[in-house]
Ligand binder design. Structure first.
Ligand SMILES: [Cu+2]
Length: 534
């Protein structure tokens, strides 16, 4: 049975218990218990339109219009959203290494927005950070050369104090950068067929179908989370796979949740990329963790023809929480049974929601929750598996002695009143100030940035303009999944992460690049700093 009443059944989860920003939480619609999941009703996965722009006079030109619209995520209700050339999210921009691109961005929004090209090495004036605002009715047309290796990047709002709500409403999209080196490899490469982007975003809905977003103390501190999973804007999506090998490009486009991704039957897969490019060789694993802003690519084998569900467990990122054993990056999985098979899924979900009820208040704990990201159904006739390459490419060696200096960045969160007054979210003791340049680096030099987390919760640290390499975590070398090109790195509580990075070619003494936490509510609250390259 799917009707409005049962759809709204989840509203009882927080009913009458908590008040968020003055709005009674009974308005809070919990997707996890809704009938569109428990009834097994699924929707075809939406694949964002692949948009190669148009090439004129040797320049690849993209016309991007920021607009308001309505989307039908839930049955029977419309949701006001923001999108690029469409109601929610934007097309996948396709470009090639070496291209010169021009982005003609116009805005029909009623508030100032920006569009940041996440992961790109480009001049600061083209970066799309808070110093490149696009006013309502305004236009912004940056141009830059694509100096990336092939990977999936993304574009999203980076408006001062407004990145959280704007991305949450839909101001984001994927970018495919292609190059000859990666196109030569025998990897699944047919967009929307055996090479599929998955933009993973949790959302909360009000009873009337509108998105629930609030900047209560709890939501600023923990980041805004929801209990309905949208994948490319699809609720409970299904994908008919027409090939034996399927490449999924994952983007954690959530505001705040960290996920551990795995399959319900525990099958292994090949991880082939990190944020900014392919790994040197495929890494065989059965789970992968992504913080907000991070991307990866995996290739899975469907030759057995069995339907399989791709799952995401929300990860507990509070360091002070005990139990469960510390895994991977010093964080605990929301469900330690991941990978052992699901058993009775309904029972699993009930247990999860019970936990959600206990922890959904103004408490310190993030909800632990399991989401289905994608139901994969192999079709009867499938493209044969190709042999996966054992080597992908080579990356420059990582040598700490190349660095001319080390800079320290200490992330911290003030608690209680200091946070409410602002200024509680800091890097090196200071909150973001548009008028203050925090760091000045010399062009064509290599540095080590040592990021220390003094708070009790994990933060994904994102640095603009560069792809960096992880040197070590608390002195230990990174795992195989983190040995590639990165632009965002998780720093767990009390962890010290060292990354090595090189600042090349573009200088501007006046216009800075950003570095910040990619939990968007933390960024908006001030956990951000500015550097110039001179
Ligand atoms: Cu943070």
């Amino acid at each position: 049975m799917t009707n409005r009443r049962s759809l709204l059944g989840g509203a009882a989860i927080g009913g009458g218990v908590l008040v968020i920003g003055g709005i009674a939480a009974r308005e809070f619609l919990g997707g996890g218990r809704s009938s569109y999941i428990s009834s097994g009703s699924v929707n075809p996965l939406q694949i964002p339109t692949l948009y190669p722009g148009k090439v004129e006079g040797g320049v690849r030109i993209f016309d991007l219009n920021l607009q308001r619209g309505t989307s039908r995520f839930l049955k029977g209700v419309d949701t006001p959203t923001i999108g690029i050339n469409q109601p929610y999210l934007g097309p996948t921009l396709e470009m090639y290494a070496g291209d010169t691109v021009r982005m003609n961005v116009s805005s029909e929004l009623s508030e100032t927005a920006t569009v940041h090209w996440h992961g790109f090495h480009l001049p600061a004036r083209a970066d799309g950070g808070p110093h490149q605002p696009i006013e309502p009715g305004g236009k912004w047309s940056p141009s830059f050369e694509v100096r990336q290796r092939a990977s999936m990047f993304w574009y999203h709002s980076h408006a001062l104090h407004r990145s959280g709500p704007q991305v949450y409403q839909g101001l984001a999209g994927a970018i495919y950068v292609r190059d000859t080196e990666s196109e030569r490899l025998d990897l699944p490469n047919d967009y929307g067929i055996d090479d599929v982007p998955l933009i993973v975003q949790d959302r909360a809905f009000n009873r009337d179908g509108s998105l629930f977003y609030s900047t209560s103390m709890r939501n600023v501190m923990m980041g805004m989370t929801g209990n309905t999973m949208l994948v490319n804007g699809t609720v409970n999506p299904v994908f008919e796979a027409r090939s034996n090998l399927l490449r999924l490009r994952l983007l954690n486009g959530s505001n705040a949740r960290f996920y551990r991704f795995a399959f319900d039957d525990g099958r292994s897969f090949a991880q082939v990329a990190s944020d900014g490019g392919l790994l040197e060789q495929p890494y065989r694993t059965n789970n992968v963790i992504l913080a907000p802003g991070e991307r990866t690519q995996i290739v899975i084998d469907l030759s057995d023809g069995s339907p399989v569900a791709f799952l995401a467990d929300s990860i507990e990122t509070m360091g002070m929480m005990g139990g469960g054993g510390m895994q991977n990056r010093g964080m605990m999985s929301g469900n330690d049974r991941m990978g052992d098979g699901m058993g009775d899924r309904r029972e699993g979900r009930g247990e999860m929601m019970d936990r959600g009820m206990r922890t959904n208040g103004e408490g310190m704990m993030n909800e632990r929750q399991r989401f289905t990201v994608l139901n994969i159904r192999p079709t009867a006739q499938r493209r044969k598996a190709i042999t996966m390459p054992t080597r992908l490419l080579s990356l420059p060696r990582v040598d700490p002695t190349d660095a001319v200096r080390t800079r320290r960045f200490v992330l911290n969160m003030g608690m209680g009143m200091s946070m409410m007054r602002g200024g509680g979210f800091t890097i090196n003791g200071q909150s973001m100030d548009m008028q203050r340049i925090d760091e000045t680096v010399k062009v064509n030099t290599t540095e080590i940035w040592q990021i220390e987390n003094a708070s009790m919760m994990a933060h994904p640290f994102h640095i603009h303009d560069v792809q960096f390499r992880v040197l070590d975590r608390n002195g230990r070398a990174p795992g195989p999944e983190e040995r590639g090109l990165k632009d965002t790195v998780t720093v767990a509580p009390r962890e010290v992460v060292r990354v090595i990075l090189r600042f090349e070619e573009y200088t501007d003494p006046d216009l800075p690049y950003m570095y910040h936490c990619h939990i968007l509510e933390h960024e908006d609250a001030g956990m951000m700093g500015q550097f110039v390259v001179v």
